[in-house]
Structure formats: C-alpha cells, structure tokens
Design a protein around this ligand. Structure first.
Ligand SMILES: *[C@@H]1O[C@H](CO)[C@@H](O)[C@H](O)[C@H]1NC(C)=O
Ligand SMILES: *[C@@H]1O[C@H](CO)[C@@H](O)[C@H](O)[C@H]1NC(C)=O
Length: 409
C-alpha cells in the first residue's frame, strides 16, 4: 500500500503540472458538487456558449484532452476563453482549434481536479456555483478549495468504455449478465443488500492484487461476480448528507482474500492517480440516478470490510484515503457487528485524520484514536443479505427511504 506523508502530497501538487486526467478520453466533465451535470457546448459553431446541462452523453459533452487543449466534436473544436480576456468572469466558448497553440485554448488538468487556463492563474469556474441547466461557465482566479472549480472526469453508467484507464486489467463495460470469472471493474453501492466489494480476481493478498481487484456484488445482472451466499455475516449501510457507507464482517476467503490477510485499502487515485484497482469505477443511486462517485475509499481483509462513497464539496475530505495502514475501524468508525443486516440514516463522521484545526499524518507519533461513530437513526433491518438480481426499475434512489420488507424478486 502507499504511505503518503505530508511532504509527498506537496510534491505531487508540484509534479501535477501540465497534466491530463488519468481517465481515457473522451470524458464527461462534471462539476464537483453534482455528478449529474456536465460541461456542455451549446453547439459546434464558433462562439457557441459553454454551459452546464444534465448529462446525456451527447457529443457536445464528450471532451478529449489533447495537445494541451480540451476538445470535442472530433477534436475539431476547443474550449476557448472568449477574446483571451483575463478578467474574472469572462465566459468560455467553443472555437475551432488553433493549429499554432492559441493561448486562449490551452488548459491543463491539475492534481486537485481543476481545469487551469495555462499560464494565467485562472480556472474554469461554475459561475456562482449555480447548478441549473444553462448556467454559462466562466474563468475565475484559481482558489484553493474553491468547490466551483472542481471538474471531475467521468462516464455515464449506461455508456461505459471498455477501459477507463491505461494499464487496466479488467473492464468497465460489463454488460448485464454475471460470471464468477468476470473482470468487471465497475462497482455499485446502493444499499444494505445492493453493493459491491473490491476483491481479487484469483486468490492473492490485497496488497499484491490491489491494482487488479474486480467487483464482487450482492446483485447479479451488472456483469460482475456475485458474492456467494454465506460470505456476508453482518452488513451495515448508512446514508449521510455527504456519503453512503457500507461496513461489516464476513468470510472473504470466499471471494479470494487469503485467510489471515490483514488486507488493504482501495481508492480511485492510488499513488500515481490511477487508482486501486486501476480503472475501478463506482456508481450509485443514492444521490441521483446512476451517478458516478468520484471520491470513494474502501478496505477489505479476510474478515471485515468498509466502503464509503462521497459527494458534495467535502467529498475528497470525507473519502480521504491517505490513511491506508489504519484499516476500517479507524477510517470508518461504524457498526460492524455480525448477525445484523441494517440500513440507517446517519450524520457524517468527522473526517478521518482531522482533529479540530489539526490534521494527523500516518506514521507520526502518537497515533490518535479513531473518531466516534456518528449518530444514526431510522435503521431498518433485514434478515440477511443474499445474492439476487439487480432490478433495473426498482433500483431507484427511493428504495433507501422506504426499505420495507426484503424485495421478493
Ligand atoms: C470579443 O471581441 C470582439 C471583437 O473585438 C467583440 O466584438 C466582442 O464583443 C468581444 N466579446 C466579448 C465577450 O468581449
Ligand atoms: C442559475 O442559472 C440559470 C441558468 O442560467 C438562471 O436562469 C438562474 O437565474 C440562475 N440562478 C441564480 C440564483 O443566479
């Protein structure tokens, strides 16, 4: 596993210059606060406005990073700062890509997921943070932690590429069947009886296989492997304002984790930005229909697991994954009891590693205690979690609010 220290994080930020995102183009560009909205060109005409709109996967939303520019429509048109004006609030437009490096069309993708106008100290900015369709996008002075300047690169769940990252061993276009030899690396997290775990494709420690883990799910029908009945001994799902989380215990030797393996941590970024597993994507219905989670963190050992997927302005903080040696109980304090299968609403846990105004870094003595688990309520229990088919229509985000009896299909 990768041990970041404060120093290596700072170094990453410097080395992140002149980068393109790790995800293979074309990608959707989704504002950090709403994975259902996409950076969109009004048309392919020179001078067309750039706005956000509901993601549809149309060609006007399929951006490619190429030659220092952000392109679409067969790489013929470029994201362009209107008239090259450096005034904060200048709107972005679409223009024919220049052949001689027009500076108005030069952008780079930063390590903290911003689209920076190269050499200008300006960033692509969701005007006023307004997520309504039609809101025109501007450039604004880059500000650390400005949530309006986060642009996640992603894909529609219904149109996943075969591979989302170079070096990926499996696939994201997983189909609608299931197979215990599947190499699907698209996971879902929807509820106590509808979630996936990352585990090895064949027996091997998490440390040795972290880059290759595949999705093992409670539901068949999404092209993944299915967690065999009897594997899960206790499952606790919680939805908070800013994340969904599933924690529990089981016998994960049934999904290729060797007995005695203390396990390890999986996340979308890894040490090199490519994630563990490489190309692993996570989707869910809890905050909107089939939305991609761009920030998530998960641990699994031979006997316990935890998986959190985050949204909102604090997604990266709530799904912090630099504490990769600290395990589930420290990173995601929650109920892990065997014999209980429940779905609750809850408050956010305090962000891992953050104690008031100070942040602890792994390896620094003394190691602070875990935060207490946040309050939860409205828990609904089910008898057990066993494999069953994904129900396309019913896997709506309403199911959480009315867990009711175990669905019978
Ligand atoms: C850009 O420049 C052109 C030509 O000078 C001018 O007509 C247009 O109003 C300018 N656009 C903006 C948004 O300033
Ligand atoms: C948000 O953007 C939409 C689309 O441009 C606009 O109609 C609306 O007035 C904006 N809302 C606010 C509060 O500015």
């Amino acid at each position: 596993m990768f041990s970041f220290s404060f120093v290596s994080l700072a170094l990453c930020a410097v080395l992140a210059s002149a980068q393109t995102p790790p995800e293979i183009s074309p990608v959707l560009l989704e504002p950090g606060n709403n994975a259902g909205k996409c950076l969109t060109a009004a048309s392919n005409s020179d001078g067309a406005a750039v706005t956000i709109q509901t993601c549809t996967g149309a060609s006007s939303q399929q951006w490619s990073f190429s030659g220092g520019s952000v392109k679409l429509f067969g790489n013929s048109k470029c994201l362009d700062v209107t008239n090259g004006s450096t005034k904060d609030g200048t709107k972005l437009q679409i223009w024919t890509c220049s052949t001689n490096g027009n500076p108005n069309q030069q952008f780079w993708y930063t390590g903290d997921k911003r689209l920076s106008w190269t050499n200008h100290g300006k960033c692509v900015d969701l005007t006023d943070g307004n997520q309504s369709n039609g809101n025109r996008i501007q450039v604004w002075s880059c500000g650390n932690g400005n949530a309006n300047q986060v642009w996640n690169t992603g894909y529609l769940a219904s149109a996943l590429p075969s591979k989302s990252e170079n070096g990926q061993t499996g696939t994201n276009a997983c189909g609608t069947s299931s197979s215990q030899s599947s190499q699907c690396q698209t996971a879902w997290i929807n509820g106590v009886d509808d979630f996936c775990l990352w585990a090895p494709p064949s027996v091997g420690t998490i440390g040795d296989t972290e880059r290759e883990e595949v999705a093992w799910c409670t539901r068949s029908g999404r092209g993944t492997r299915v967690i065999p009945d009897g594997t899960l001994k206790g499952v606790h799902f919680v939805k908070t304002p800013d994340y969904v989380q599933v924690t529990g215990v089981g016998d994960f030797t049934k999904i290729n984790v060797p007995r005695g393996d203390a396990g390890g941590e999986l996340d979308p970024h890894g040490a090199d930005g490519n994630g563990n597993p490489i190309g692993g994507l996570v989707f869910g219905n809890s905050f909107g229909n089939q939305l991609q989670y761009h920030e998530w963190t998960s641990f699994i050992s031979d006997t316990e697991f935890c998986f959190r997927a985050c949204v909102g302005p604090n997604a990266a903080r709530n799904c912090q994954h630099i504490y990769d040696e600290m395990g589930c109980f420290w990173n995601m304090p929650a109920n892990y009891d065997a014999g209980t299968f429940e779905s609750c609403q809850g408050d956010d846990d305090l962000p891992m590693g953050v104690y008031g105004t100070s942040t602890w870094f792994q390896g620094v003595n003394p190691t602070p205690p875990a935060h207490p688990a946040a309050k939860s309520s409205n828990c609904a229990r089910i008898p057990t979690v066993s494999a069953k088919p994904a129900q396309k229509k019913r896997d709506a985000f309403t199911t959480f609010y009315a867990p009711g009896p175990t669905p019978t299909a």
